[in-house]
Design a protein around this ligand. Sequence first.
Ligand code: CA2
Length: 146
Amino acid sequence: MDVLVINGPNLNTLGTREPEIYGFTTLAEIEAGLIAQGAGSGLAVDTFQSNHEGEIIDRLHAARDDGTRFVIINPGAFTHTSVAIRDAFAAVALPFCEVHISNVHARESFRQHSYLSDIAVGVMTGFGTYGYTMAMDFVIHTLQED
Ligand code: CA2
């Protein structure tokens, strides 16, 4: 596929808890929207969610060889903890956008550091689930320039 969308821990419960922070949209709805958005521009989109750091790393390693050209990732809380996911991105050398539904800079101080942002192409944070749509729009624009 062309674009891989990864969501990290707890994002499988989107739409069911803390709607004041994360909204009412479910992950299945987000993923379906991104697949349709990509298809509208002739791009194949694969989606992956895991609550386990190692599974995310394994999926990134597989992306090196499966035709993935761009990754969109909301790493969830691993954003703030995972040197291992950072190292995986460095290892596979795939461009990626980091997405956060909430504005991490307006929240607790521990959310204001990301192990990924400085090696990401860009970061969407605080635009709700529309951030995924904006990231995909950017990816489509970028891949169509290639
Ligand atoms: O704002 C984001 O998208 C986050 O990546 C979400 C993570 C959080 O640890 C990051 O700091 C920011 C948490 C995801 C928790 O997912 C939930 C889903 C439904 C209800 C409550 C939490």
